[in-house]
Design a binder for this molecule. Structure first.
Ligand code: BTN
Length: 328
């Protein structure tokens, strides 16, 4: 049995058993020797698991590390496509880059790349995404049958899934600012970066990168962005369970991705409307064509923002940066 699978089985057994699990029983179940079991236990200790070993009694799990590994997440999710394979790293440049390299080599849809930190996390519009420990940073490989023009649907869906999951897992009252920023207390908590490889009329693959400021300290960010960002732990005044959070996001993502696959984007948009703080708010929209102010009225069938200008005209925006002129 491959190392990580064996460790997943050992972890499951240790968690399931009150008291000690015998090394003999583990060896039998895994079809390996007792020294083989011991090797896995040592490897797990090196990963931060505290495991007590007592001669003739066996092993007992004392505590688990705060890591978003496949062994930890898989038992918490019941997904069809998303996260059936999870690759976990301590540090990468960008999970989007690792996922893209895998996708180029043919990695299947649904594979998730997670990292504890990123050295060169990327944001939208060429910005950096600062990724200190305590955040949740991951990318999902998708192979949608969609024309490239419909990519915004995937990003909006991701915002819906992430916002709903954060509410469910942490109770924080987050909302979506058009098109896909997840906010709390008027500041950004989540960033989503969707990238794709494709041709004019067909998408080869899409990488959806999600960064959640979970247990990060806003003081870890440069002064220039500090006033625009916050974290879930800063809002709550206590750390959140990153594992439960990551699992909830994958679960919601899987469900909403299934809805998209069934052609139910209108339903996803309905959830977007419910979760959004932009609709009804006075907004300033900065675009390449200029800066516009008005009241956000609705989101159109492809995710475009419909704004009522002060002169009564209606304007539709397919891209741009939105600022809420007072918190809605
Ligand atoms: C934004 O600018 O709002 C988008 C930020 C996206 C950050 C995530 S973190 C995981 C993935 N890897 C990256 O380098 N970026 C995305």
């Amino acid at each position: 049995m491959r190392g990580s699978n064996a460790r997943a089985v050992i972890l499951h057994r240790l968690r399931d058993t009150e008291g000690f699990t015998s090394g003999q029983a583990l060896a039998r179940e895994l079809g390996i020797s007792r020294p083989g079991v011991w090797k896995h236990i040592e490897a797990m200790r090196a990963e931060g698991y505290e495991i007590e070993a007592v001669p003739r009694l066996g092993y007992r799990l004392v505590s688990s590390p705060d890591v978003l590994s496949a062994e930890e997440i898989l038992p918490l999710i019941r997904t069809k496509a998303i996260g059936r394979r999870i690759l976990h790293f301590d540090n990468v440049t960008s999970t989007n880059d690792v996922a893209r390299d895998l996708a180029v080599k043919g990695e299947r849809e649904g594979t998730v790349v997670i990292a504890e930190t990123q050295g060169q996390g990327r944001g939208r519009l060429g910005r950096a995404w600062i990724s200190p420990p305590g955040g949740v940073y991951f990318s999902v490989i998708l192979r949608p049958v969609l024309p490239p023009g419909r990519l915004a649907n995937v990003t909006l869906m991701t915002a819906v899934a992430t916002a709903a999951a954060i509410r469910e897992a942490t109770g924080v009252d987050v909302s979506i600012k058009w098109p896909n920023d997840v906010m709390a207390d008027g500041r950004k908590i989540v960033g989503i970066l969707t990238e794709m490889l494709g041709e004019a009329d067909a998408v080869n693959f899409v990488i959806v990168g999600i960064g959640i400021n979970a247990n990060t300290d806003p003081r870890q960010y440069p002064q220039s962005v500090r006033s625009t960002l916050t974290s879930l732990s800063a809002v709550l005044g206590e750390p959140v369970d990153r594992l439960a959070l990551a699992a909830a996001v994958l679960q919601h993502f899987d469900e909403d991705w299934t809805r998209l696959g069934r052609g139910q984007f209108a339903d996803v948009l309905q959830d977007w409307r419910r979760l959004s703080s932009t609709l009804g708010a006075p907004v300033r929209v900065s675009t390449v064509r200029g800066v516009f102010e008005g009241t956000a009225l609705d989101i159109g069938p492809d995710g475009e923002l419909i704004v009522a200008m002060s002169d009564g005209r209606k304007c539709t925006f397919t891209s741009g940066e939105v600022e809420h002129l007072r918190s809605a």
